[in-house]
Structure formats: structure tokens, C-alpha cells
Ligand binder design. Structure first.
Ligand code: ATP
Ligand code: MG
Length: 394
């Protein structure tokens, strides 16, 4: 996830725009270094004009040895040959001028990505997968529909391995939505908190297609009581080892299972619809997530049933919720029909506007432009240092 270090908000806006979708800004180099500690797959750090030259050079020197696959790009208001020489000695890979030509930063980030891929090589070490939780405080808004289609879009036609976990433990319907009939579910993991690993979980997964598998919800609602937060957290961590993305469908409340998933999540998709009660509840949910520092800066707002006639505009939603809409899906009979036929719309009609919206959402989640292999977000602090349940686990 490309990261920019810059304090000036107006510069942050223009520079982040020149970086891939999902790139994010932090205010100090220490934060960028903390981010890098938690994101071994990061490939670039841009140091904006507010970072003084001395600390930019020191940061680059440190990364040159510690993280040679991370490129440092220096962004200056202007520079001379003395700066260039020092930058070169410190291992800075590119120096660009802020404001002159946005493309120069875009190109520098692209070059950094190419270098990263070349350094890692085709057999580069496997990175831990990312957890993507699909959440809404309201029922029936399209969480399961979105989880299923997002998971399929994230497979990128087989290029990525994705596991979809049904954490609507009482009434999960991921399996039925995909017309799968699981022989095992999370139920068979109950009591295995101390022995959960990928090999064990593989026996509980149901394959949808080569690159997508699901971990189904229990067949009976009462099993929910026996699925502990510790078990959920260990399952999600184990799945990271084997999958590029672990998509989690949730129930419409902040129950223990949802909170645990949110606590483990790298990216959160919040599903809203264009009605006042839902928007009110989503607003409260976002405030709660702020309080708990959940996925701050890694949230993607999906507007489902985003139909123009209802009297609330997208701009209004964005201003009420204080965040941009990442993707919009209109009400479409094709979506429900595809679901009923057991072939989600993304597979059934890849060119359908709803499928394109889910593909766009997947691009927002991965930080990759559509069709380009993986990474990026909008952020102000590293996301995985929080924890409501984390304290009592691991
Ligand atoms: N954009 C859409 N257009 C038409 N139908 C839709 C759309 N989104 C969802 N649906 C339909 O609405 C119903 C509810 O959707 P879904 O099950 O995904 O919601 P949910 O948020 O998971 O519900 P729950 O809270 O009960 O888990 C389903 O029948 C689904 O096919
Ligand atoms: Mg559901």
C-alpha cells in the first residue's frame, strides 16, 4: 500500500491523487516505518516536502539496508544537484517536484512497483493474505450478495486464492447463495482453539471454484454460542497463511463474531442503502469503529440499491457519512435472479453494471487498478495495533 509522509493537507490531497487508488498519507516518517513493519509487502514510500531533507535521507538510509524492496521517492518543492547527489547516496530511487507534473510521481510509483516485482521474482516469498470484512449494522442491505460477488471479483479470474468465511453464525446463507452443500462448517472447529491451523481448516472448506473456497456457517443457529472470539481470530489468522484474501460476511450487528472479524480486518467494506434509518445506523457504526480504531483509513463504502429516485443523492450520503462512496450497485432484478440461480452476477454476467461495480470495489480493496496485479489505501495510522478482543487473545 503506497504511503506518503506529508503534513500539509492540501499537498496530501494532490499527491495521494497521483498515487494508486488506496494510497494513504501519514504525518511523520516514524508512522511510515511503523506501517512498513506491519506490511511486509509494501513497495514504496513517498516523502513529501514537509519532511526535512535530513530526516528523509536518514529514512532512506535505514530502508536501503533494512527493506531493500521498498523504494523511497523524495518529493520536493524544488531541488538542486546537491540534493540529488545526497539523495542518490542515501539510496533514494526518485526525486520529483511537487505540483509541477502529477504524472512524475505516478510514474515514479509505477517504477517502484516494477522494481519490487522484479526483486521478488515470480517465486517471491508468499505474503500473508488480507482479511476483508463486509459489514453493515442493518439487515437485508446486501451484505451476503456483496461478500459473494466481491470474493469472486477478488479471485481475478483465478489469479488470487480467496476464502469466503460466513460469520453470520446463526443465519449464514453464503453456501445456499452459491448453491453449495457443505459437508463441514466452522462447527467442526469448535473447541479447537489451540490446534487450529491451515491444514486442519482445509478439511472444513467447501470449494466453489478453483480459486474460491468457503468456510460455511453452522447448519444450526445454537452452535453460534460455542464459536468463541478466540477461535474466530485463530481461524482468520490461519487462513491468511493459505489465501491471498479472506473475505468475511457478517451478521447485521456488532456481535462478538463481527467484532472479532473487525478486529482482525485489514479492509472493511461497509454496506449502506439510500434510506434514512440505514444511513443513521451506518453513521453510528462508523463512529463506533472510530472509537475502536477499526480499519481506520481502510474502509470502503458500498452503496447498494443506489437508485436515483429515492431522494438522497450520493453526495448527500458522502457528506452524512464523512467518507467517499467506493462503489454503487443499483437495484437490479438480474442480481437476485443470478443469486437464485446459484451463479452470482459477477460470474453470470461479468459485463453487467453491478458486476463492474463489484470489480471496482475489489480494485478499491486491493488498491490495484482493475486488471493490474495487487496493492494500496487511505490512512493516517497503521491499522493492526488496535484491539477490543486482541488484548484477551493470542
Ligand atoms: N442491488 C440489488 N438488487 C436486487 N436485489 C438485491 C440487491 N442487493 C441484494 N438484493 C437481494 O436482497 C436480498 C437480501 O440481500 P442479502 O442477503 O445480500 O442481504 P444481507 O445484508 O446479507 O441480509 P442479512 O442481514 O439477512 O444477512 C437478497 O434476496 C438479494 O438477492
Ligand atoms: Mg447476509
Amino acid at each position: 500500500m503506497p504511503v506518503l509522509v506529508e503534513q500539509d493537507p492540501s499537498l496530501v490531497d494532490s499527491l495521494v491523487r497521483a498515487m494508486p487508488i488506496g494510497s494513504h498519507a501519514v504525518s511523520a516518517t516514524e508512522r511510515a516505518l511503523a506501517w512498513l513493519d506491519q506490511h511486509p509487502d509494501e513497495y514504496v514510500v513517498a516523502l513529501g516536502p514537509s519532511v526535512d531533507l535530513g530526516s528523509a535521507l536518514a529514512t532512506a538510509e535505514e530502508l536501503r539496508i533494512k527493506r531493500p524492496t521498498v523504494s523511497v521517492i523524495l518529493v520536493r518543492e524544488d531541488f538542486d544537484t546537491d540534493v540529488l547527489t545526497k539523495a542518490m547516496h542515501a539510496g533514494i530511487r526518485d526525486v520529483v517536484v511537487a505540483g509541477s507534473d502529477e504524472k512524475s510521481l505516478t510514474h515514479a510509483v509505477e517504477r517502484a512497483h516494477q522494481l519490487y516485482q522484479a526483486l521478488r521474482g515470480p517465486g517471491g516469498a508468499r505474503q500473508l493474505g488480507r482479511v476483508v470484512t463486509v459489514f453493515s449494522p442493518k439487515g437485508g442491505v446486501g451484505k451476503t450478495t456483496s461478500s459473494v460477488n466481491l470474493a469472486l471479483a477478488l479471485t481475478d479470474r483465478g489469479a488470487r486464492k480467496v476464502c469466503l468465511v460466513d460469520l453470520d453464525l446463526a443465519f449464514g446463507d453464503v453456501a445456499i447463495t452459491m448453491q453449495l452443500f457443505p459437508t463441514h462448517s466452522i462447527e467442526q472447529a469448535v473447541g479447537s482453539e489451540d490446534s487450529v491451523d491451515l491444514a486442519m481448516l482445509e478439511g472444513l472448506l467447501t470449494r466453489h471454484e478453483d480459486s474460491l473456497t468457503i468456510l460455511a456457517a453452522p447448519a444450526h443457529p445454537d452452535v453460534r454460542e460455542r464459536v468463541t472470539p478466540l477461535l474466530i481470530s485463530r481461524i482468520l489468522r490461519a487462513l491468511r497463511d493459505g489465501f491471498d484474501y479472506v473475505v468475511v460476511d457478517t451478521s447485521p450487528s456488532f456481535d462478538d463474531a463481527t467484532l472479532t472479524a473487525l478486529d482482525e480486518t485489514d479492509e472493511c467494506v461497509i454496506v449502506a442503502t439510500l434510506d434514512v434509518p440505514t444511513l443513521k445506523n451506518v453513521k453510528v457504526a462508523l463512529e463506533t469503529m472510530d472509537m475502536l480504531s477499526i480499519a481506520r483509513g481502510h474502509r470502503h463504502l458500498l452503496l447498494n440499491r443506489a437508485d436515483e429516485q429515492v431522494g438522497i443523492s450520493v453526495e448527500k450520503v458522502e457528506s452524512i457519512l464523512g467518507m467517499p462512496v467506493s462503489a454503487q450497485v443499483a437495484t437490479a432484478v438480474d442480481i437476485a435472479a443470478a443469486t437464485n440461480a446459484g451463479t452470482p452476477i459477477v460470474v453470470h454476467k461479468p459485463g453487467h453494471p453491478a458486476s463492474l461495480a463489484f470489480t471496482h470495489l475489489a480494485a478499491s480493496v486491493t488498491g490495484q487498478p482493475v486488471g493490474v496485479p495487487s496493492s494500496a489505501t487511505h490512512e493516517s495510522e497503521p491499522p493492526r495495533s488496535r484491539g477490543l478482543f486482541r488484548r484477551s487473545r493470542s
